[in-house]
Design a protein around this ligand. Structure first.
Ligand code: HSE
Length: 329
């Protein structure tokens, strides 16, 4: 829904935080998060017509972004969107320019899909604005996802869709990485709670990828493939126990956990207190615990607040999966 301001349409896109990898699907699985207390956990981009392009950055984490708007990923999304329009034969000179406002609610380098959230909200808002203006859909969801992945790749050093896809589509997504079908929506366990805790320190995705080995042993490769295949099958059959048993990260966690103070203690506490699974959210430092009871989720959430959070910037939420993904209001 759009709001009217001085006869001009203003749209805002909200794009939720996400868990990349979900432990067992390195670069291939992602999940969108929605705090159960109704609070927002995601960035927003507001768009309106203006005489010249501008980007304003607001919100709790605005001061962590470069001050030069041209270096901001949202500005880069705007230029990329116009290039893609030009490739469709729509020259930017024939269209009005826009004023964008990024509300930066997610911390940078948190493992919550912060850059993906800004990118998704930006493309979603741009597409909504220009589609409404010309009166026909300019880019479909798959085309938008391809653009989002490309921009995410510019930030993290490699194109991977496991944050942008769940953030945009909602729920739990599997990457197909096919030109006509970038990602697929998977069934979920609606009764699961996902405790998501950000420790407050920053870990760059590029650095967290650099510490991983370039080659994976045969036995690990087979375990990875088996877990992912069985997990997907278990989702479709709603076999909660088998699905949870597959949620082991054999690719990244053994290396990345050294970057995360108190990771092993946190896993131990979560497992002893009924968590079905525990792992690193994306490239960290955020961690997540999956529970099938709110009581257990509450106990684990409190422990993580008291023990995993390192400073005032950290926070923790009990979430369920955000099944809507990016929304316009
Ligand atoms: N799949 C990516 C990684 C996610 O683990 O490097 C980053 O959020």
């Amino acid at each position: 829904m759009a709001t009217q301001t001085m006869d001009k349409k203003v749209y805002t896109s909200y794009a939720p935080a996400s868990i990349g990898n979900v432990s067992l699907g390195f670069d291939l699985l992602g999940a969108a998060l929605k705090p159960i207390d109704g609070s927002k956990l995601g960035d927003e981009v507001e768009i309106s017509e203006a005489a010249s392009f501008s980007l304003q950055v607001k919100g709790r984490f605005a001061d962590k972004l470069p001050t030069d708007p041209d270096s901001n990923i949202v500005t880069q999304c705007y230029h990329h969107y116009l290039r893609c329009l030009a490739n469709k034969g729509i020259a930017s000179a024939t269209l009005p320019t826009v004023a964008l406002v990024l509300h930066k609610h997610l911390p940078i380098g948190s493992g919550l899909g912060s850059s993906a959230s800004s990118i998704v909200a930006a493309f979603h808002a741009l597409n909504q604005f220009y589609t409404a203006l010309v009166g026909k859909t300019l880019f479909d969801d798959n085309e938008l996802l391809l653009m989002m992945g490309e921009l995410e790749g510019q930030i993290s050093g490699s194109v991977h869709y496991d944050n942008v896809a769940p953030c945009f589509m909602g729920g739990l997504t599997l990457m197909a990485e096919h030109q006509q079908q970038v990602a697929l929506s998977l069934p979920i366990f609606k009764q699961w709670y996902w405790v998501s805790c950000y420790s407050g320190i920053s870990v760059s995705t590029a650095a967290a990828r650099a510490i991983l080995p370039k080659q994976i042993p045969m036995a690990t490769t087979i375990q990875f493939g088996r877990q992912l295949a069985v997990f997907i099958d278990a989702l479709y059959r709603q076999d909660e126990k088998l699905a949870a048993a597959m949620m082991r990260d054999v690719i990244a966690e053994p290396y990345r956990k050294s970057l995360l103070p108190r990771f092993d203690d946190s896993r131990e506490f979560a497992e002893q207190n009924g968590a079905l699974a525990f792992g690193i959210s994306g490239s960290g430092p955020s961690v997540f615990a999956v529970c099938d009871s709110l009581e257990q989720a509450t106990i684990i959430n409190q422990w993580l607040v008291n023990n995993y959070i390192q400073n005032d910037t950290g926070f923790s939420h009990i979430c369920q999966l955000d099944q809507q993904g990016a929304v316009i209001y």
